[in-house]
Design a protein around this ligand. Sequence first.
Ligand code: PXP
Length: 264
Amino acid sequence: MNNTMKLGVNIDHVAVLREARRVNDPDILQALYVACANGADQITIHLREDRRHIQDMDAKNIIAHSSVPVNLECSINKNILDIVTNLKPHRATLVPEKREEVTTEGGLDVFGYEDELAYAIELLHDYVIPVSLFVDPSIEAMEKSKQLGAEMVELHTGTFANLFAMLNSSLPYSNHSVQELELPRNELSSRLEKSIEDIKLAAIHAHSLGLEVAAGHGLNYHNVAHIMDIKEIIELNIGQSIIARSVFSGLADAIKEMKRLTSR
Ligand code: PXP
């Protein structure tokens, strides 16, 4: 088994900051160059339907100038898929998208949108773009992803990350406490253990089906060690925590430190 871990650096949040002022500062291409020069094995961006951060021109320029593969996250919206097939990224990761959400809150509904996903995967394959599906870590979702023809799955680690943060960080004492997880510590601990087990079992199953396995969402400098223990996972896509740390330490150091923590 290939046991090395690839670090996909998600630079969307550099564009979030830029869009807050509608200027070209910080410059997303500078972020790309710094990421490539400091250990990113892949650049991940999400071209959202509402274009709240990455714009079409960003995606085009990033794909043209990146020295590492570009993983383009997108929904199954027809207009978006047309743009993606034109852009020809190294891989497309299909994600669910709701306009009102702050971030991608859960995995794809691979059962509810089976036909739409099958269509999107076939279309992307027609343009020789490999496809990953962003899914919740369940055995059923792995089976369905394989059946739909994806090459890869990215396991949504949001439940794990929320539980970890409610137990081990200041989150419960902030405005952004996860209310449904305001629970006794022993309950949080047992749910955390189960969430890690779910990710592990899903990764093992996906691997046994011949799918490549990535993971992402909410991973940070404190929690990533748990995911590193799962050898079937060969790629992590991490954004928020790296860009947040770069405010204090600079992007280069933030990536180098994450790379150190995610090297096998
Ligand atoms: N992977 C996917 C598919 C995503 O949609 C995102 C952004 O939500 C990430 C990884 C990165 O998540 P985060 O910014 O929480 O590290």
